[in-house]
Write a protein that binds this ligand. Structure first.
Ligand SMILES: Cc1cc2nc3c(=O)[nH]c(=O)nc-3n(C[C@H](O)[C@H](O)[C@H](O)COP(=O)(O)OP(=O)(O)OC[C@H]3O[C@@H](n4cnc5c(N)ncnc54)[C@H](O)[C@@H]3O)c2cc1C
Ligand SMILES: NC(=O)C1=CN([C@@H]2O[C@H](COP(=O)(O)OP(=O)(O)OC[C@H]3O[C@@H](n4cnc5c(N)ncnc54)[C@H](OP(=O)(O)O)[C@@H]3O)[C@@H](O)[C@H]2O)C=CC1
Ligand SMILES: O=C(O)C(=O)Cc1c[nH]c2ccccc12
Length: 417
């Protein structure tokens, strides 16, 4: 890495020449790619908008969160989870694992720098990545110039806050689930949880455990599966069955098992989608809920499932079935989105929704040394699979360049300033 202040750049931005790829994001994806590059001796720079690694896990998830897939599906390449970790590590354990991972592979991101734009410069065949400092009052800018760019900003980069009629008029507190820590402060409150994915279900349970009265909005449909069936992870079971059976049949079996455990979920307000849980996940990215107890609370009436929202009033919400509920506060568990379209000036690899255009397993590589890591909608297992492929591909390019004694393109580019 070579840095200087360009006297010709009147904005006063610092320019940094990077030998090797720039990786945007220091979550599990950015860390996994970095580790696989480090093993091959390839230099890289990681840029992170937050002041720490794994900021989603450290700053934007609730306290009682645990991984909901068994640990063998969630470990990153080249470092297994410690033996003594439980089957479903806690958020704290997962963060410790990631801290150790970064330390082991000597990953030291450039913190507090948010990538504002990244563009391929055809004139010198290089990426120009502009960051803005997220600390201090100066908002200083840095331009990184590199041959390869790895996008690792995640599927959950920003919280989705829907526009709902009257929400501005509601007088109670409204937060997105990314800012929810614990149900402690909601003791005795009537809380409307909007959204019934894993987040909505798990925080409804947390609220109920803290003596709040949650209602959860189920506006369409959702597959709820038990996290475990007879002591075995449902996900693990599904993976095993998928080795022998077609996806639709595995789905049918999972739904029969779920019916034996839960009965008909529609009886307590939770309609199932017509497409099976794994097919829905594979084709539309919608994750089934892996239930850890919310459904029992819905059955017992501790949590109430309600239909879609018509509008909010000062201290109540009107539902599409004509019912009105008095509520004290609202938690929006309405999902997340990628932020790639806001900063990456490219329309070949990524589509307008911030995910790769080409479906799994082919969406990890674009043109001109561009890569997408962690956009497969396959959780941490997808993160690891991407990292291995990307680092291998970068390794081949790198070795080829070394063999050909290619003059790094950025040296040629200096003369353009
Ligand atoms: C609540 C929750 C629980 C989950 N649990 C599981 C689970 O149990 N098992 C599983 O397999 N998956 C789970 N997932 C899926 C999740 O996507 C992965 O666990 C994982 O965090 C993805 O890693 P990532 O590095 O791709 O994205 P992230 O963890 O989101 O990391 C991306 C990083 O990029 C940074 N960034 C974003 N934009 C910029 C920018 N413009 N400039 C600089 N930096 C930027 C962010 O600050 C962040 O640190 C869960 C997701 C959520 C939201
Ligand atoms: N323990 C764990 O490991 C956990 C993992 N996760 C993971 O994090 C990721 C994100 O999950 P999550 O945060 O639940 O997001 P999801 O995108 O999975 O769910 C969003 C929910 O919000 C609903 N919704 C969106 N807009 C509205 C609206 N205007 N009115 C009513 N409902 C609305 C959606 O309904 P509709 O379907 O109708 O659009 C859906 O039910 C997932 O991959 C999940 O598995 C999350 C929590 C815990
Ligand atoms: O937790 C998540 O968000 C995941 O995406 C993990 C995951 C990958 N494939 C699945 C299939 C069913 C349930 C969870 C997952």
């Amino acid at each position: 890495m070579f840095s200087f202040s360009d006297e010709n750049d009147f904005s006063g931005r610092r320019c940094v020449w990077v030998n090797g790829p720039v990786i945007v994001g220091a979550g599990p994806s950015g860390l996994a790619v970095s580790a696989c590059l480090r093993e091959q001796g390839i230099p890289f720079v990681v840029i992170e908008r937050s002041d720490c690694i794994a900021s989603l896990w450290k700053k934007r998830t609730y306290n009682r969160l645990k991984l909901h897939l068994p640990k063998k599906f969630c470990q990153l390449p080249k470092l297994p989870f410690p033996e003594e970790y439980p089957k479903y590590p806690t958020k704290k354990q997962f963060i410790t694992y990631l801290e150790n991972y970064a330390q082991k592979f000597d990953i030291k991101p450039q913190f507090n720098e948010c990538v504002q734009s990244a563009k391929y410069d055809e004139s010198c065949h290089l990426w120009r990545v502009v960051t803005v400092s997220t600390t201090g009052s100066t908002r200083s800018k840095t331009e990184y110039i590199c041959q390869m760019l790895v996008v690792a900003t995640g599927e959950n980069a920003e919280g989705v806050v829907p526009e709902i009629d009257g929400l501005q008029e509601f007088s109670g507190e409204v937060i997105h689930v990314k800012d929810y820590n614990s149900g402690e402060k909601y003791n005795g409150q009537k809380v409307l949880v909007v959204g019934c994915g894993n987040s909505g279900m798990e925080i409804s349970l947390d609220l109920s455990n803290h003596n709040a009265k949650p209602s959860i909005v189920v506006r369409s449909s959702v597959h709820v599966l038990p996290r475990e069936i007879m002591g075995k992870s449902t996900f693990d079971l599904a993976m095993m069955l998928m080795k022998w059976l077609p996806l639709w049949l595995v789905d049918k079996l999972l739904l029969i098992l779920a019916w034996f455990i839960f009965g008909n979920t529609q009886n307590y307000g939770i309609k199932r989608p017509s497409l099976g849980p794994l097919q829905l996940k594979n084709h539309h990215g919608k994750t089934p809920v892996l239930d850890i107890g919310a459904l029992q609370k819905i059955r017992s009436g501790d949590i109430t499932a309600v239909p879609g929202i018509k509008r909010f009033n000062c201290n109540s919400v009107e539902l599409v079935n004509g019912e009105t509920l008095e509520i004290d506060s609202v938690v929006l568990a309405t999902g997340y989105r990628s932020n790639v379209p806001y900063w990456l000036q490219e329309n070949d690899l990524f589509s307008k929704n911030g995910f790769p255009k080409t479906p799994f397993p082919n969406g990890w590589k674009g043109k001109h040394g561009l890569y997408a890591s962690g956009f497969t909608r396959r959780g941490l297992a997808g993160v690891s699979a991407d990292a291995i492929k990307i680092a291998q591909d970068i390794g081949e390019v790198w070795k080829e360049d070394l063999k050909n004694q290619k003059v790094p393109a950025h040296r040629r580019c200096i003369s353009t300033f």
